[in-house]
Design a protein. Structure first.
Lengths: 114, 114
């Protein structure tokens, strides 16, 4: 597609439920990032995928969070047993290069945990 | 590791006035520096970036930033702002060399008033 696509755009869930967020990067982009943006705060790095290399999971806040990516295409971020503090906008970005290049961001998935 | 400090969480300014959004970074290695903008209800987009060379970098929409290595700063400036510049601005840093994830500051909300 023309840009990074994320779904759902909004998700309201009950505490303890699992949620899955999807990211469709720009075609041909080898790098894919997930960030979390809590209300009024900056972007918190979660995970990075680069081609077939092992992902950098150093930003995942707990073992309830996991992410997968198939090749250089779609990625899913899964949050198990959601907690209220998981409420945030989850942003996905892709890039044709890692670190030095421009990141192209999706519009985010807003997660609200009741 | 790298870190970014945006010194002002909010900057109110009148239309056509100049503005400076301040950013300081910390790193033990050489870095690349970025400014991203997030308009209301939209994803982030790149304003400008410093990779090497001239320390004065020009970006989109009349913004520019100057890299100051001795002061570890990368302040964003615009000589005359418009209402449409109202947005959240994020400074970001990554270490040079290979893949290095982008670390973001907490953001500065620029509010332009008529």
């Amino acid at each position: 597609g023309a840009g990074v696509s994320q779904s759902p755009s909004n998700k309201v869930t009950e505490k303890g439920k699992d949620v899955e967020l999807r990211c469709d990067p720009i075609s041909g982009h080898t790098a894919l990032y997930w960030y979390r943006q809590r209300l009024g705060q900056g972007l918190e790095f979660l995970i990075y995928f680069q081609g077939n290399s092992a992902p950098d999971k150093s930003g995942l806040p707990s073992d309830r969070f996991s992410a997968e990516r198939t090749g250089e295409s779609v990625s899913t971020l899964t949050i198990q047993r959601t907690q209220q503090e998981d409420s945030a906008v989850y942003l996905c970005a892709s890039s044709s290069m890692g670190g030095t290049g421009e990141l192209f961001f999706g519009e985010g998935s807003r997660l609200t945990v009741l | 590791a790298q870190s970014v400090t945006q010194l002002d969480s909010q900057v109110p300014v009148f239309e056509e006035a100049p503005v400076e959004l301040r950013c300081n970074y910390s790193s033990s290695v050489s870095v690349y520096l970025f400014w991203y903008v997030q308009y209301p209800n939209q994803g982030l987009q790149l304003l400008l970036k410093y990779l090497s060379g001239s320390t004065l970098v020009k970006g989109i929409n009349g913004f520019e930033a100057e890299f100051n290595k001795s002061q570890t700063s990368f302040h964003l400036r615009k000589p005359s702002v418009h209402i449409s510049d109202t947005a959240e601005y994020f400074c970001a840093v990554s270490a040079k060399g290979g893949y290095n994830k982008l670390i973001f500051g907490a953001g500065t909300r620029l509010a332009v008033h008529p």
